[in-house]
Design a protein. Structure first.
Length: 394
């Protein structure tokens, strides 16, 4: 069966191919009389000016690594990090495309009666086919809606944006208020910790009769160095003058006195040892242990002061943000009344109808040619078609 034979046979049956033309005309007329569907769109962007503080990252990382005196900054770090955890545009998109906004819109505009759906879930599925929400690479959010009523389509997208704006603003205010309360609690905790460590250091100085531990330690070390020099000089003088010399005996007494003083300032000390309040000198071994304790608590106090400064700064910044009354969104393009329908497209309907009916007609004509023998060498093809029909009947 040659293709040329098929072509010639189809030309002989050209009256059958008037059917696709008739179908195309009918589809064109049907698209003409069908009610038009209009689409409107609103375009906006989220205003993020002032929504994040410049030092937030540094504060968050500082609190993540802070753990002193039983105070851990992980919880505070998490609350501070909430501001940067979710992009404002992502949060707004979640609200705009959420169930609450969609269901409120359906009930407000009685779309459930238009969709003829009794259950909310069915109405939501139908509503999702008419609305389209997206964000482009530049951060512009678009919300479009298709409807037969162009005014209703415009009002629907405006209502969705307005409701999302109110919900977004409420969430932002709640987050800021929660952050302020949390920061206030942490600030109070840090102030109490600073006061506790300060009182502890004051009590430490009073109980141990200290004036300035570091300075007193330095004075003691200098005194020990002087004692050691004098003791060595006395020993040398004793050796030169001899043991029986009267001056050597006097030097020996002075040396022994110095050695006793040296042992008081350098060496073992009693567990109940407390420096006397009549002298600035203290036992050097005792001072070493106390100095280590003081340095640790002083370092903790400095870190607490640093944390307190950061928390106070963040609290003031958050409070200032909560007092701002800036627009949540910026309308780039407001919803409009469309002056041209989106669908149905008359030309597309006509072409689709013509193509589908033409293919069907072509197959019908070829089948008739094979069955009647109008197409040359069609006997074998007809036999195969009969086998196929017989197999389908089984």
């Amino acid at each position: 069966m040659a293709y040329f034979d098929i072509f010639c046979y189809c030309l002989s049956k050209k009256k059958f191919f008037l059917f696709p033309v008739i179908v195309a005309v009918l589809c064109f007329v049907l698209a003409w009389v069908m009610p038009p569907i209009y689409t409107t769109e609103i375009r906006l962007q989220i205003d993020t000016s002032g929504s994040e503080t410049g030092s937030l990252g540094a504060v968050s990382s500082m609190f993540k690594s802070s753990s002193i005196g039983g105070f851990s900054g992980s919880g505070l770090s998490s609350i501070l990090g909430m501001q940067g955890a979710i992009k404002p545009s992502d949060l707004y998109l979640e609200i705009l495309s959420g169930r609450e906004v969609a269901l409120n819109t359906i009930h407000k505009f009685r779309l459930d009666t238009l969709y003829k759906k009794k259950a909310d879930e069915l109405s939501l599925k139908r509503f999702a086919k008419d609305v389209m929400i997206a964000e482009d690479a530049s951060g512009i959010i678009s919300c479009s809606f298709e409807a037969k009523d162009k005014v209703m389509a415009r009002d629907i997208v405006r209502h969705m944006v307005q409701m999302s704006n109110e919900r977004y603003l409420t969430l932002q205010k709640e987050r800021l208020q929660y952050s302020i309360e949390y920061l206030k609690a942490q600030e109070k905790e840090l102030v109490d910790s600073v006061r506790a460590i300060s009182d502890e250091l004051v009590r430490f100085y009073r109980e141990n009769n200290l004036v300035d531990l570091e300075t007193q330690t330095e004075l003691t070390v200098k005194a020990l160095a002087g004692y050691e020099t004098q003791i060595n000089n006395y020993k040398l003088s004793e050796q030169v003058q001899g043991r029986d010399n009267a001056d050597a005996s006097d030097m020996r007494k002075k040396r022994q006195l110095l050695e006793r003083k040296f042992r008081e300032l350098r060496g073992k000390y009693d567990e109940k040892y407390v420096p006397t309040d009549k002298s600035l000198y203290i036992n050097s071994d005792w001072a070493s242990e106390k100095l280590l304790y003081q340095q640790q608590r002083s370092a903790d106090l400095k870190r607490y002061y640093s944390l307190l400064e950061y928390v106070s700064t963040e609290k003031m910044n958050t409070e200032s943000q909560s007092l701002k009354n800036q627009p949540v969104i910026q309308i780039v393009q407001d919803a409009y009344l469309p002056d041209w329908k989106t669908r149905p497209k008359r030309a597309i309907w006509a072409l689709a109808g013509f193509a589908a009916s033409f293919v069907m007609t072509l197959f019908f004509v070829i089948y008739q040619g094979i069955r009647t023998g109008g197409i040359a060498n069609s006997g074998e093809t007809l036999r195969k078609l009969e086998q196929i029909k017989a197999s389908m009947r089984k």
